[in-house]
Design a protein around this ligand. Structure first.
Ligand code: BG6
Length: 477
């Protein structure tokens, strides 16, 4: 008998802004991803004030899935995908975010895409907000600092829930809602919450306020979604990267415990419906006086999620500094330190398959909900040799992670819904804006400079994953 249950959701994951292109097609508005330039591992992406002539904005065309979706979905079907995770670009539906009426051409695009997927028996898994909110909501409202964003998001979600109620069953509200918590850099705040730092602002307070409004919005749409279709499964989506203590020193252990709390309190709110005690104490000490009303607290309690979707790429190691004896809160300068026991990717990300099993256990113990691994994969350089792409490193990475997933299911009894490797087709990296940081099992001919024919080719990993799916995870050879 298979380790993985019948109906296990083997699939692939992407996000609208990283692969659709067509940034001005079908009435689409400008999203925050449209004002981010390309960078690389040493050069951060820039967020420009509007679209500037002469700049390279890699998400504008991306891999032009908008015009290639039939050809690409056909390849997904050939690979045997049971599900496909993507997001709905908010700006295709509400170009500015604050309109009264949705844009019919945008709605039609996703009707066409979902019909195409369903034609091959591929279940759509949809993220409502994946780093691509309308730019207008940033410039006019200050992003998620503003309570009004809740109404705009609820309207957007309600429109798409109603429209696709018979086509989509699996939803997630905010992609990696927690990745703004630890990394107080411009990139993560901008992509998650549409926040650009203002002078004199206590940015950490703004992050907590924005996060609160996002979680209220998420809890509201969970309730609305269940009314529109009681069969909807609506999940949270977390960036999961366990923090290991650097040593057996209890200070390091306490540091790692606090790092986990500081990263995953979002799940406490979204799964348990309330803030953890340690965080309320922290807000008090900081005198934040956040706008968290009693009505909000009722909404959070009533809108807990059905499952936890999460990304897993790497674990991290944290170390307490000498003077940390009381608070152990992550400081802005905190970075994870190297783990000498593990290899890293070309981009310096720690490769730790056992960390995935640990994450599955940790989440199960804490929340006792079904789990869905909705991102996992290796960003690597690929080379085309005589029309072929040999990527044994990617196969090894995926195989090692699936083996740990299998142990979590078989030995630890984790309830796992599915597995969708990230970037099933090459796309624009969110962190660096590069094309050459490739995750795909399908190659797309386009480079960092934006040159290439956009021609699609199957990598060796395509065939390998095809056989994994066909055997329901039994054949990993
Ligand atoms: C996750 C995001 O953070 O990691 C994706 O949900 C992103 O959008 C992925 O692409 C990989 O990160 P990167 O920076 O390599 O694209």
């Amino acid at each position: 008998m298979s380790t993985f249950p019948k109906g296990f959701l083997w699939g692939g994951a992407v996000a609208a802004h990283q692969f659709e292109g067509g940034w001005q097609d079908g009435g689409k508005g400008i999203s925050i991803a449209d004002v981010m330039t390309a960078g690389d591992n040493n050069k951060p992406r820039q967020i420009t004030n509007g679209i500037k002539a002469g700049e390279n904005y890699p998400n504008h065309e991306a891999i032009d899935f908008y015009h290639h979706y039939k050809e690409d979905v056909k390849l997904f079907a050939e690979m045997g995908l049971k599900c496909f995770r993507t997001s709905i670009a908010w700006t295709r539906i509400f170009p500015n975010g604050d309109e009264d009426q949705p844009n019919e051409m945008g709605l039609q695009f996703y009707d066409n895409l979902f019909d195409e997927l369903l034609k091959y028996g591929i279940e759509p898994v949809i993220t409502l907000s994946h780093f691509e909110m309308p730019y207008h909501l940033v410039t006019e409202y200050g992003g998620w600092r503003n309570r009004k964003l809740i109404d705009f998001f609820v309207k957007f979600a309600t429109v798409v829930f109603k429209r696709y109620r018979n086509k989509v069953k699996y939803w997630m509200t905010f992609n990696e809602i927690n990745n703004q918590s630890g990394m107080m850099n411009d990139w993560s705040l901008f992509t998650n919450s549409g926040i650009l730092k203002q002078s004199g602002e206590d940015i950490r307070r703004s992050m907590y306020q924005a996060s609160h409004y996002e979680m209220v919005a998420s809890a509201l749409v969970v309730q609305i979604g269940h009314k529109i279709n009681p069969d909807f499964q609506i999940g949270a989506m977390l960036a999961m990267g366990p923090a290991y203590p650097a040593s057996p020193d209890p200070h390091d252990m306490m540091k790692s415990e606090r790092a986990m709390q500081a990263n995953y309190w979002y799940a406490d709110v979204q799964c348990k419906g309330k803030y953890p005690a340690w965080l309320l104490k922290y807000f008090e000490r900081q005198q934040y006086n956040l706008d968290i009303t009693l009505a909000d607290q009722d909404i959070l309690r009533a809108g807990t999620v059905d499952y936890i979707g999460f990304s897993y790429y790497a674990s991290h190691v944290v170390q307490a500094s000498k003077n940390e004896t009381v608070d152990f809160m992550a400081q802005d300068a905190d970075t994870s330190i190297p783990n000498p026991t593990l290899p890293t990717s070309d981009w310096g990300w720690i490769i730790d398959p056992i960390g995935l099993r640990y994450a599955l256990n940790w989440l199960t113990d804490r929340y006792d909900l079904p789990l869905f691994i909705v991102e996992n994969g290796l960003g690597a350089f690929d080379t085309v040799e005589a029309g072929q792409i040999h990527d044994p490193y990617r196969i090894t990475y995926l195989r090692d992670h699936i083996k740990q997933m299998a142990l979590a299911v078989k030995i630890d009894g984790v309830r796992l819904m599915g597995y969708t490797p990230w970037g099933i087709i090459d796309l624009v990296s969110a962190g660096t804006g590069q094309m050459d940081k490739r995750y795909g099992l399908i190659y797309v001919d386009k480079n960092d400079a934006g040159e290439g024919s956009l021609h699609r080719m199957k990598k060796d990993s395509f065939k390998w994953f095809q056989q994994v799916i066909a055997s329901n995870g039994d054949n990993l050879a």
